[in-house]
Design a protein around this ligand. Structure first.
Ligand SMILES: Cc1cc2nc3c(=O)[nH]c(=O)nc-3n(C[C@H](O)[C@H](O)[C@H](O)COP(=O)(O)O)c2cc1C
Length: 212
């Protein structure tokens, strides 16, 4: 009897894992595509109580969804706007999945292209990324390793395919615990909603954070 239950459980696990894998591969086309015209920008005035001269909105986006959300956040909070890019571009198509899984398993730290920032200028950093394999992409850890974030306020935002923030707020609190950062409640937007305007969603989130 016990054996039977174990076999049924194992079969359910295999089906669930397969369904998850299929889901990520087939749904990836939802991505809106990176917009090369969205350049790095400096010194925009924000529409919040934040001092925009001390705000950085920085994001990594491989397919364009997180970029779209980042742009809306930047439109509202102002400050400086930067895209995190790997020196070595991620592979396209199905190869991306095995490549990023492997990068995660090896706890890799892909090299970043120069962001042309002086991190000491900022006290508030909005950081965006897609959820990859239930957490942040390893390139976000490269960013954390490269920059001294001591005493800064970090505010994460993500796009995802169903996993929400995936505990990344808590993960970054733990990762940056020696730098005495304050990590605020993040914003998670599903990729299925990304084509809709995110104006109100971002406004509501900023209100909740006390910035509007
Ligand atoms: C390699 C890879 C792994 C992913 N893993 C997850 C995951 O674990 N959970 C989830 O909800 N979505 C996952 N997704 C979906 C992405 O988070 C989602 O499509 C996101 O909006 C992509 O953002 P981007 O267009 O800015 O790159 C994954 C996508 C890729 C390409």
């Amino acid at each position: 009897m016990k054996k039977k239950i174990l076999i049924i459980f194992a079969v359910i696990c295999v089906i669930a894992a397969g369904a998850g894998y299929y889901f990520y591969r087939t749904q990836r086309n939802v991505s809106v595509g990176l917009n090369k015209n969205i350049q790095d920008e400096n010194g925009k005035k924000g529409k919040t109580s934040l001092d925009s001269s001390k705000v950085l909105v920085v994001y990594f986006s491989n397919g364009g969804n997180t970029q779209k959300l980042a742009k809306e956040i930047y439109n509202q909070v102002g400050g400086d706007f930067r895209q995190i890019k790997p020196v070595k571009a991620y592979p396209k198509g199905n190869k991306l999945y095995d490549y990023t899984k492997n990068e995660q398993e090896k706890n890799g730290r892909p090299k970043l292209k120069d962001l042309n920032i002086d991190i000491s200028h900022y006290d508030t950093i909005f950081i965006g990324y897609p959820i990859w394999w239930y957490t942040y992409p390893q390139i976000i850890l490269s960013f954390f390793d490269q920059y001294d974030l001591s005493n800064k306020t970090i505010i994460p935002f993500v796009t995802h395919g169903g996993s929400g923030m995936s505990g990344t707020k808590e993960d970054m609190e733990e990762y940056l615990k020696d730098e005495n950062v304050t990590v605020k409640e993040g914003l998670a937007v599903s990729r299925t909603d990304i084509e809709k305007s995110q104006k109100e969603t971002v406004e509501d989130w900023l209100k909740e954070l006390g910035y509007k």
